[in-house]
Design a binder for this molecule. Structure first.
Ligand code: FES
Length: 195
C-alpha cells in the first residue's frame, strides 16, 4: 500500500468523530474533525493533547490519538448517565480491578459526569469497540440500554466503558490521566493539579 493510502487509512481509524442519540440523531456520522490532531513532535514525545469540548453535541464521540492509542472523549446525555445506575450485569461495576486514576474511580468513571474519557481499545485483544445507542436493542438483545460493542468477539460495554458479564473482555476500558484546563478544554495525558 502506498504511503498516501496508509496515511488515509490511519486517519480514518483515529481522529474521527461520531455521534449517537440526542441532537445528532441516532447513529448519524458527522464530518471528521482534525483540529486536535497532535503534531508529529508532540506524538513522539508522548505529550498531553488538548481537546476542545465547546462544540461537542450530547451523544457525540471524539477520537484523538495519545501515545499511539485512540482515546475517546464522549459527551453523555442525561439518559445515558441514568443508564449507568443499572449494574447487575457488569463484571466490575465499581471498577475495582480496572485501570483508571483514583479521581475517575466513581459511578460515572469521570471527573465530570457529562464527559467520559477512555481508551478506545477492547481489554480482550485490543479491537476498537463501536458506539451503539439504545435504539440498537433489537440487534444487541437483553436489557441493552446503549454503550459500546466490540465486533471482534462480542464484548459489550456500557456508557462508562464497564464490561458486561459473559464477555471475553475481562476488564473495563481504561481511563487515561486527564484534567480540565477550562470549562471547554480537556487535556489528555495529565492529572489534575494535586491529584
Ligand atoms: S477484542 Fe474485543 S471482544 Fe475480543
Amino acid at each position: 500500500m502506498s504511503q498516501a493510502k496508509m496515511d488515509k487509512t490511519r486517519r480514518n481509524l483515529i481522529g474521527a468523530t461520531a455521534a449517537v442519540g440526542a441532537a445528532a440523531g441516532a447513529g448519524a456520522a458527522v464530518p471528521f474533525v482534525w483540529s486536535w490532531w497532535p503534531s508529529e513532535r508532540a506524538k513522539a514525545a508522548g505529550a498531553p493533547v488538548e481537546v476542545d469540548l465547546s462544540r461537542m453535541e450530547p451523544g457525540e464521540l471524539k477520537i484523538i490519538e495519545w501515545r499511539g492509542k485512540p482515546v475517546w472523549v464522549f459527551r453523555r446525555t442525561r439518559e445515558m448517565l441514568d443508564s449507568l445506575k443499572v449494574t447487575a450485569q457488569l463484571t466490575d461495576p465499581a471498577s475495582s480491578a480496572s485501570a483508571q486514576p483514583d479521581y475517575a474511580k466513581n459511578e460515572t468513571r469521570a471527573l465530570k459526569p457529562e464527559y467520559m474519557v477512555m481508551e478506545g481499545l477492547c481489554t480482550h485483544l485490543g479491537c476498537s469497540p463501536q458506539l451503539k445507542g439504545a435504539d440498537a436493542k433489537a440487534e444487541m438483545g437483553g436489557d441493552w440500554a446503549g454503550g459500546f460493542y466490540c465486533p471482534c468477539h462480542g464484548s459489550k460495554f456500557d456508557y462508562a466503558g464497564r464490561v458486561f458479564k459473559g464477555a471475553p473482555a475481562p476488564l473495563n476500558l481504561p481511563v487515561p490521566p486527564h484534567t480540565y484546563l477550562s470549562e471547554g478544554t480537556i487535556l489528555i495525558g495529565e492529572d489534575p493539579k494535586g491529584a
